[in-house]
Design a protein around this ligand. Structure first.
Ligand SMILES: NC(=O)c1ccc[n+]([C@@H]2O[C@H](COP(=O)([O-])OP(=O)(O)OC[C@H]3O[C@@H](n4cnc5c(N)ncnc54)[C@H](O)[C@@H]3O)[C@@H](O)[C@H]2O)c1
Ligand SMILES: O=C(O)CC[C@@H](O)C(=O)O
Length: 527
């Protein structure tokens, strides 16, 4: 019988499902060293947010087939290490949506009426009615940052409370926002106009410290901020300072840069204008049952040799079909991610053309992989091989699929075109004999580069000196170039340049690149 280790508290409903097919050991509170020691005997690991699944644990897990996260965020799992080892990582993308949205709403109302402090004072024998004169949310402006699953539910409820809704989400269509009764605005305006700001975004390099001293300075002195998304999106020291000095009205936090919150955090000494909960967003009986069942069923299926429905790293296909398509799925995901970034978000139309031998295959997994890549900048771990099509549909992305078996430049290749905020862009990619991926065309300019983590693309006039200038500019910012390619259709006409970089581009450098004579456009892309 296979063995499953459950290393965080999981609802009994999930344990019952696992017990149908496996020996289940529940051992919570283990240290990294203890996990490394016992993991070799297990076929599956089931966790919540308490266990950090490090590369060390994954490498020691020689029998491990699946890691199941009973919740959304897989930020506590080293997913690339699991993928390298062929271990499926699954999550429950929707099981706790309602719980988290309701927690944010509860925080907003509790903050407005000082409920935690008032409760505390009555329980301590007082009858103080003067200190707790609150504010109404009716007719106030709620700024929602991130209009995904949780943000949308918050919007619907806040609308019913009579609030005016504005939102910032660069990946959501105007139609979707309109449908939710939200006016899409830029971040700056949201900071300035909101009476309440609620965060429902993933933590990424773009959203880390989004609410910092500079952002706080733009807000109304009465603004109340709610974060039930991820720690690290708010600069906690700057927030504590602003609250102490009365520069903002209040803050309610469920998540923190470091969890558990440090004993000496400045947040702990704040008064009634701050509410702190210990990452309780998903802590409802209903959500815990939902996520436990969702993830336990997937672990059971994988242990029985069936596909998982919400795998974040490996698609849920039967093993033989997966083996054949795996390199093309990776190609599709890379190209989807690339064309999505070139198109600048808000993609309305994606055209997928399967070429050469690829045209003979079942196109559905390829299209889904392309969508997964396309949506990954917006949704991170929320998007998987199961929900990518639904997410795309909800975002109003139309898909056109075509096939051209006659194209034989490579045995099989894939062409994607996206219409987005930055206009129409296209990419083509192929597999070399050894399965290595090559990007072979960008916006109809022929190139031949492997996808890498940090890339820089320019559109420029083909003229002497331009490549040298970009090279020295990057050098002056201490950015190392791994490879560089130029593609052009005619001599001294328009050209594209693609650089693979060892380092991320520091802030401000794109503006400098745009000043180089002959450069028409420049984009950075992270794959
Ligand atoms: N406190 C908890 O216990 C708890 C429970 C569940 C989820 N969460 C967290 O809540 C957050 C939202 O979850 P969700 O299920 O709504 O996710 P989601 O993927 O459905 O929505 C996230 C939204 O953020 C948008 N977005 C991405 N980058 C952005 C950026 N730079 N600026 C503005 N918008 C951006 C995306 O377009 C998307 O619409 C996540 O961070 C998730 O981990 C917390
Ligand atoms: O309670 C938990 O497991 C955390 C839930 C939440 O942060 C998630 O990512 O799903």
């Amino acid at each position: 019988m296979p063995k499953v280790l459950v290393s965080d508290p999981i609802d009994q409903a999930g344990l019952d499902i696992l017990s149908q097919v496996a020996q289940v050991d529940v051992k919570t509170g283990l240290s990294n060293e203890e996990l490394v020691q016992i993991i070799p005997e297990y076929d599956a690991l089931m966790i919540r947010s308490g266990t950090r699944v490090t590369q060390e644990i994954i490498e020691a897990g020689n029998q491990l087939k699946i890691i199941g996260r009973a919740g959304v965020g897989v930020d506590n799992v080293d997913v690339p290490a699991a993928t390298r080892k062929g271990i499926v990582v699954v999550n429950s993308p929707e099981g706790n949506t309602i719980a988290a949205a309701e927690h944010a709403l509860a925080m907003m109302l509790a903050l407005s009426r000082y409920i935690p402090d008032a409760n505390h004072s009555v329980k301590n024998g007082k009858w103080d009615r003067k200190s707790y004169v609150g504010a109404e949310v009716y007719k106030k402006t709620l700024g929602i940052v991130g209009l995904g699953k949780i943000g949308s539910h918050v919007a619907a409820a806040a609308k019913a409370l009579g609030m005016k809704l504005i939102a910032y989400d660069p990946f959501i269509s105007l139609e979707r926002a309109d449908h939710l009764g939200c006016r899409l605005v830029d971040m700056d305006l949201l900071f300035r106009e909101s009476d309440y700001i609620t965060l429902h975004i993933p933590k990424t390099s773009e959203t880390a410290n989004l609410i910092n001293a500079e952002a706080l300075a733009k807000m109304k002195p009465t603004v109340r901020i709610i974060n039930c998304a991820r720690g690290g999106i708010i600069d906690e020291a700057a927030l504590a300072e602003a609250l102490k000095e009365g520069r903002i009205g209040g803050a309610a936090l469920d998540v923190y840069e470091n969890e558990p919150l440090e004993a000496d955090s400045p947040l702990r000494s704040l008064g009634k204008e701050a509410i702190l909960t210990p990452h309780l967003g998903a802590s409802t009986a209903e959500a815990q049952i939902n996520v436990a069942i969702d993830v336990a069923e997937q672990i059971r299926d994988v242990l029985l040799g069936l596909p998982a429905r919400s795998a974040v790293n490996i698609p849920g296909l039967y093993p033989d079909a997966l083996e054949k398509l795996r390199p093309y799925l990776q190609l599709a995901e890379n190209l989807g991610n690339l064309v999505g970034q070139l198109a600048g978000g808000r993609v309305e139309l994606l055209t997928v053309r399967l070429q050469g031998e690829l045209a003979d295959n079942n196109s559905q997994p390829i299209v889904v992989a392309a969508l997964k890549g396309l949506l990954s900048q917006a949704l991170r771990e929320r998007v998987n091989y199961v929900n990518a099509s639904i997410e795309a549909k909800e975002r109003g992305i139309r898909i056109i699929e075509t096939r051209d078996g006659s194209i034989r430049d490579y045995t099989g290749s894939l062409h994607l075109e996206a219409k987005g905020a930055l206009g129409d862009h296209s990419v083509t990619g192929a597999l070399l004999g050894d399965g290595e991926i090559r990007i072979t065309d960008i916006d109809e300019f022929p190139i031949n580069v492997p996808p890498t983590h940090h890339m820089l693309f320019t559109r420029h006039r083909d003229m002497p000196g331009i490549i040298g200038k970009i090279g020295s500019l990057l050098g002056s910012f201490n950015v190392n170039i791994a490879s560089m390619q130029v593609g052009r259709k005619i001599v001294r006409g328009d050209a594209v340049m693609v650089l693979s970089l060892d380092d991320p581009l520091p802030e401000g450098i794109l503006a400098e690149i745009m000043k180089v004579p002959g450069i028409r456009d420049a984009y950075t892309v992270m794959l």
